[in-house]
Design a binder for this molecule. Structure first.
Ligand SMILES: C[S@@+](CC[C@H](N)C(=O)[O-])C[C@H]1O[C@@H](n2cnc3c(N)ncnc32)[C@H](O)[C@@H]1O
Length: 281
């Protein structure tokens, strides 16, 4: 590996906690990109795998040249996955819990997703709603304010515990629940509105559609190709919807509104794909 000049912390989109059970003892840096190539050097204190006790921690050194943080992640996985193979549940939960603990968050902020606000007039406020991968619960709050009885699900128990306490304190009709969407089912024919923002799990699409009652609305938006192609962001393509992908993702639903491209989101431009779709029968 060439000399590493300027060190900086790994970007937050490269989550380590799923790979190393002691993220607080992880030191890892990427050099500044030079001619499209980043140099990566990692010092990890490797230790007991999850569930093991008493193994002495010891430093591990790995070096590689990578072209993006996502290659860096693949490198981590190759280097360490044999030693640390936490379950998917553990890795998703721990990764998001760690992020919530590090960044903190305010339960139920009054800043709903823009795409939800744009379609407020379609939402009757009668019946039950589901906020999928609800995070800080901003959209659950907006749905409750419209009159819905809201289920809010997320894999992060740190988020859900805080939301539950806030919902109880303010007597909100919101029921936060820890659910790992990669493992657990959603109920069928249950909701008059289902919203999902900034969370992409392709094998969930069918379950989102089935969770709707007849007449129910699905409102969904997440990162789209424009984020990479038009804004030039370094983003894992696996977490980005392809052109027209969302348009054809819900064949059993009637598409009410569809849009792709760059939009202002949380005060910054973002490449998104957005849909509003309705279960007719
Ligand atoms: C980028 S945040 C979006 C939060 C919220 N929807 C919003 O737009 O503000 C992604 C959320 O997905 C949740 N998540 C990640 N993996 C999950 C899984 N397997 N099951 C349920 N939720 C998950 C995370 O905990 C996190 O709160």
């Amino acid at each position: 590996m060439g000399a590493v000049r300027a060190w900086r912390p790994l970007p937050p989109q490269l989550p380590l906690s799923g790979l190393c059970p002691r993220p607080e003892s992880t030191g890892a840096h990427l050099s500044k990109p030079e001619a499209g190539v980043m140099s990566l050097r990692v010092k990890l204190r490797t230790g007991p795998a999850i569930g093991e006790q008493g193994t002495q921690l010891r430093p591990a050194h790995r070096a590689a040249r990578v072209a993006s943080p996502w290659q860096a992640r693949a490198f981590f996985e190759r280097s360490f996955s044999l030693r640390y193979r936490p379950s998917m549940e553990h890795s998703a939960r721990e990764r998001w819990n760690e992020r919530r603990r590090r960044d903190g968050f305010e339960p139920f902020p009054e800043i709903p997703s823009e795409w939800l606000v744009e379609h407020r007039e379609l939402l009757s406020g009668r019946g039950r709603a589901l906020d999928v991968a609800c995070g800080d619960g901003r959209d659950a709050l907006a749905l409750a304010r419209l009159g819905y009885d809201v289920d809010a699900v997320d894999v992060s128990d740190v988020a859900i515990d805080a939301l539950r306490a806030a919902a109880d304190q303010h007597a909100l009709p919101i029921h936060p629940r820890v659910v790992d969407l990669e493992r657990e089912a959603l109920p069928d024919d249950e909701y008059d509105a289902v919203v999902c923002f900034n969370y992409l799990q392709r094998d969930l699409f069918g379950r989102l559609a089935r969770a709707l009652r007849p007449g129910g609305l699905l409102i969904l938006e997440t990162f789209g190709r424009a984020h990479i192609d038009e804004l030039g962001k370094d983003f894992n393509p696996a977490y980005v919807l392809d052109r027209n992908e969302l348009l054809h993702a819900f064949p059993g639903l009637h598409v009410v509104h569809y849009r792709e491209g760059v939009a202002q989101r949380s005060g910054a431009p973002r490449g998104v794909a957005s849909i509003v779709a309705q279960r007719l029968g």
